[in-house]
Design a protein around this ligand. Structure first.
Ligand code: NAG
Length: 371
């Protein structure tokens, strides 16, 4: 089997492993959207068997998590608390109070956590600014304003001035108790569910799921905090991690070989200020010189004549570009070879020898003195 084949099979193997690992693990529509797991199931991202009946969610066109409440339409899922078995919803069209008129939870597994009655009023425009009356903008029109309240005092005040639209039972997230005020009811509604009862399992750090071959009986598996059972985690590390490492190593080797073949022995110094441009793998093996030694090498600024001492032509052999007047050059004392100072500094930091004649400056002579 050659390298390409090996990589191909590793890839397939990894893909299969990955798919298994994804089975019924947490998922979400987008970064920052609620984490979805049992009893909920995210359509197209998790198998249907990962969720409980009535807990199916999906992602809408703008990657928001949405739920279909039977006969009441779609709501965006704002948050889920798996331990207390509660879910916060809002209206994708930003007019939650309008949705409350038609909300009917009886065919869903959810019920209101706090439920409070609100009377809605249609008021011909009057000066409400001196009261704590918060109008419902999305229900109001050019010459009328809609208010909703639970306060007995506010309701009797509004009854005498406005016409009652209807009374709606709203699953609010906290009960409204201000005496002479109305609410714009724009805050998320809060629902809870009684079945399946997985809150106790979640609060012990466990994960709930359906028992195999059942659509109603759940079981709790206690897992370590990261989400996978410990055994499964080791299996994934051994099963996917090791091949992944081999795959990455093989891939890097391939790239290295290609790069080496492409660049040959030439140093691809494009921008002397970025040391990242130096291909490291061919050079790191031998040590370079320290910057004080490099600084001690003679530096010259090229004149208009661009004339250089003998063994040099007018091209820097490191970057292969011609010298221009006013450029700073540095020469290696042992062989008098010149280069752009920026180029040769980078080179000498990595390799203690002249790029042209391979003479080793200073370094070797020090070594000889020591031995
Ligand atoms: C809610 O829907 C159920 C049928 O699913 C119906 O029997 C019930 O009357 C509805 N409740 C309201 C308040 O409309």
């Amino acid at each position: 089997m050659d390298t390409t084949e090996t990589i191909f099979f590793l890839f397939i193997f990894l893909f299969v492993e990955y798919s298994f690992a994804q089975l019924c693990s947490d998922s979400s529509c987008h970064l920052g959207e609620p984490k979805i797991r049992f009893p909920f199931q995210l359509q197209n991202l998790q198998p249907k068997s990962c969720g409980y009946r009535g807990f199916n969610l999906s992602c809408d066109g703008s990657d928001q998590t949405v739920i279909d409440i039977p006969n009441s339409g779609q709501f965006t899922v704002q948050a889920i608390d798996y331990q207390t078995q509660r879910i916060w919803l809002n209206d994708p069209d930003s007019c939650l109070p309008k949705r409350l008129f038609t909300l009917n939870l009886s065919a869903s597994p959810f019920s209101g956590y706090f439920t409070q009655n609100f009377a809605f009023f249609n008021c011909a425009t009057f000066d409400y600014t001196k009261y704590k009356f918060n109008p419902i903008g999305c229900l109001s029109g050019h010459n009328y304003t809609v208010f909703a309240s639970s306060s007995v005092i506010a309701i009797s005040f509004l009854t005498s001035r406005c016409s009652l639209i209807s009374t709606v039972s709203a699953p609010v997230q906290w009960t409204f108790s201000e005496p002479m005020a109305t609410s714009d009811l724009s805050e998320d509604i809060l629902l809870s569910w009684d079945n399946p009862q997985c809150g106790w399992c979640e609060s012990r750090g466990g994960r709930c799921g359906l028992k195999s071959n059942s659509t109603t009986v759940t079981e709790c598996s206690l897992v370590s905090r990261r989400g996978f059972p410990r055994g499964a985690r080791y299996a994934i590390i051994a099963g996917a991690g090791v091949p992944a490492l081999l795959f990455v190593m093989g891939f890097l080797c391939c790239i290295c070989r290609k790069v080496k073949r492409f660049t040959g022995r030439r140093l691809p110094i494009v921008d002397s200020s970025s040391s990242a441009a130096v291909a490291p793998q061919t050079l790191v093996i031998t040590g370079g010189l320290d910057s004080s030694t490099i600084e001690s090498y003679p530096k010259t600024i090229l004149g208009e004549s661009r004339r250089l001492p003998k063994p040099n032509d007018n091209t820097c052999t490191i970057c292969l570009s011609e010298y221009k007047p006013k450029e700073t050059l540095r020469s290696i004392p042992e062989c008098q070879h010149c280069f752009h100072a920026d180029c040769v500094d980078q080179w000498l930091k990595l390799k203690a020898s002249c790029p042209i004649c391979r003479n080793s400056p200073k370094c070797t002579s020090v070594d000889i003195q020591v031995s």
